[in-house]
Design a protein around this ligand. Structure first.
Ligand code: CA
Length: 242
């Protein structure tokens, strides 16, 4: 039987064992290594379908491992790091990591992030071929965005968005569950010149939330990832039914 292979680069042996055990229990093949150099060698020799990468490693920095592997592989990479490393997490996402997990995390959270990253990866490798206008209808719970008609709906009622608000919502509907950093969002919507000007993004986000959220002070669609960016939460079926 085909098993997807996951490499875990983590020097804390307890956490490494926990991840390998959880992955094997979920039906993956898992290989744990304790240093950056071993991790790169393992990826070069045997490759993987996904990589879990700790940022604080004993020999070389996790960011260096990320840069090295991204030069030759588009394998999904999930960063595993401590809570106080927000800046590094944002940088890792900008430099090609797909997501991050903050320690401590549960087995459920680990598996959710892995399934999400693999799903994105397979979807992207299919979408890569012809460049067609995107006329997809995106649905997330009560929100719907018909990109052929350029109309957004909440509870089947049209929401009136400005072009910038529309572009912002579209970007999140295209990337459900994924953390988008301020830098990524600014680059995709405003272009390269805006760099780190997050104030403009915050104000468009606030306006968009007023239109899509029941309570903009407690958003349930687009959550803030403090110091990093925003994430669109995938609404579950139970929530849809309410
Ligand atoms: Ca570590």
């Amino acid at each position: 039987m085909f098993k997807e292979r996951i490499v875990v680069i983590e020097d804390d042996i307890q956490i490494q064992n926990f991840m390998v055990y959880t992955l094997e229990n979920a039906g993956f093949e898992a290989k744990g290594v304790s240093s950056g150099k071993e991790g790169i060698a393992e990826m070069l020799e045997n490759n993987a379908d996904l990589l879990l990468l700790d940022l604080g490693l004993p020999d070389i920095d996790g960011m260096e491992v990320l840069h090295n592997i991204r030069k030759w592989s588009d394998v999904p990479i999930i960063i595993v790091s401590a809570r106080d490393q927000d800046k590094e997490k944002a940088q890792a996402l900008d430099d090609g990591a797909d997501d991050y997990l903050t320690k401590p995390f549960s087995a459920t959270e680990l598996m959710a992030r892995i399934r999400l990253a693999l799903r994105h990866y397979y979807r992207m490798s299919h979408d890569n071929e012809p460049i067609m206008p995107d006329e997809t209808v995106y649905i997330n719970g009560k929100l719907k965005l018909d990109n052929g008609l350029h109309i957004a709906y909440k509870d089947d009622k049209e929401i009136h968005l400005t072009p910038l608000e529309y572009q912002l919502l579209l970007l999140f509907m295209q990337n459900p569950g994924k953390v988008l950093t301020y830098k990524t969002i600014l680059r995709k919507i405003w272009g390269d010149g805006y760099g780190e000007d997050t104030q403009v993004l915050r104000s468009v986000m606030a306006a968009t939330r007023r239109k899509i959220e029941d309570n903009p002070a407690k958003p349930c669609f687009i959550k803030t990832e403090i110091g990093i960016g925003y994430r669109m939460v995938e609404q579950s079926d139970e929530q849809d039914a309410q």
